[in-house]
Design a protein around this ligand. Structure first.
Ligand code: PLP
Length: 364
């Protein structure tokens, strides 16, 4: 008898982001929504403390990290669970709450890790169609059946960069049965001003509802993608389930140390937000002026829409020939789009110039 994995994994089309080793020479990587300004210098300095203790297992749940997150975002430390990237929490939620054949809803142009995690767990991934390029609360509500256990949505959404309002989030929470967990993935929350009344990261609802959870990451504004560090904010019962199945040491000591320093580094954070606020409209303007459509975004990346899939492919190749890596959107069902994230000042200037040059090739 041959050795085979379980049925749900046999039929899985594995989603692997295009992240490869950075090639030699100057490369402008705008394809994975990394922080534009690199890591917080305080995080880099903190890693220097690690050397002498490399032989020690890390704390299972770093209390220093939990306290730093709670202090920074005014949250309850007992509801915070750090993880090996927020990807780990997406997988753990699906593993913990989906029996074979249970349904979990994800949104049409949403993060591809959601359907993958659902399928790996043996669940059925149910798509809620977006309204244009924005998550539709009505369509999510319409997709709920007695078999629904989980709803995954990112806000702002990756890859579209669009956001749903606080009022929509509240409407969703009000209408979803209390037996269904709503996962609000707020990976890009930090790019939105905390005093914007139209936006909620969802944390407040975690404190008042047993079925709402929020996910966050250190891979974006905090610039720690290489260390794999995320965290979630959970009602106590869900936190205790996830903590019991999470790998005991899934957050390594380097990640905990660097994350503690990064989340407390207000100067770096403010600089990163200001940089994004400055470049988002500038890049969108220059690409629009070059003759391409852009999708307004609330995150640190945006979609560029081309005439058709062939033109998007040509633009991707043209940019690659200049050392500029953009992300193809074919796996997301948007083959006529490319996604680009913000880089530093020089990278943005080079990219804007490259778009102008690409536009010239269209005319000839
Ligand atoms: C919406 C969303 N959630 C989660 C993640 C994964 O973050 P992490 O690096 O913490 O696993 C990403 C990264 O692209 C994302 O866009």
């Amino acid at each position: 008898m041959s050795i085979t994995p379980k049925t749900s994994i046999r039929s899985l089309v594995s989603y692997r982001p295009e992240v490869t080793a950075l090639p030699e020479g100057r490369q402008i990587r705008l394809s994975v929504n990394e922080g534009a300004l690199g890591p917080s210098p305080k995080a880099v300095a903190a890693l220097g403390e690690l050397g002498e203790t490399l032989h020690r297992y890390p704390e299972q749940i770093s209390q220093g990290l939990v306290k730093a997150i709670a202090d920074r975002f005014s949250l309850k430390p007992e509801l915070i669970l750090p993880s090996n990237g927020s990807d780990e929490l997406i997988g753990l939620l699906a593993t913990a709450y989906l029996e074979d054949g249970d349904e979990a809803i994800h949104t049409q142009y949403g993060f591809l890790v959601f359907p993958q995690a659902i399928r790996i767990a043996g669940g059925v991934a149910v798509v809620a169609a977006d309204d244009g390029l924005t998550v539709s609360v009505d369509n999510i509500l319409a997709a709920i059946t007695p078999k629904t256990r989980l709803i995954f949505l990112a806000n702002p959404n990756n890859p579209t960069g669009t956001m749903i309002t606080t009022r929509d989030v509240e409407r969703l929470i009000a209408h979803v049965p209390s037996s269904v967990i709503i996962v609000l993935d707020s990976a890009y929350a930090e790019y939105i001003a905390t005093n914007d009344p139209d936006y909620t990261d969802g944390a407040a609802y975690v404190e008042t509802h047993d079925n709402v959870v929020m996910l966050r990451t250190f891979s974006k504004i905090f610039g720690l993608g290489s260390l794999r560090l995320g965290w979630g904010y959970f009602p106590p019962a869900i936190l205790s389930v996830l903590a019991s199945i999470r790998g005991p040491f899934s957050v390594n000591a380097a990640a905990a140390l660097a994350g503690t320093a990064a989340v407390s580094d207000r100067a770096f954070f403010d600089r990163s937000v200001a940089h994004n606020n400055q470049w988002m409209p500038r890049m969108q303007d220059s690409i629009t002026q070059a003759g391409f459509d852009v999708v307004p975004s609330r995150a640190n990346f945006f979609l560029i829409r081309f005439r058709d899939a062939d033109e998007a492919e040509a633009a991707h190749g043209f940019m690659a020939s200049r050392g500029i890596q953009l992300r193809k959107m074919v796996p997301y069902g948007l083959p006529d789009c490319l996604r680009m994230s913000m880089g530093d000042d020089e990278e943005m200037a080079i990219t804007a110039a490259a778009f102008k040059d690409f536009a010239e090739t269209r005319k000839s």
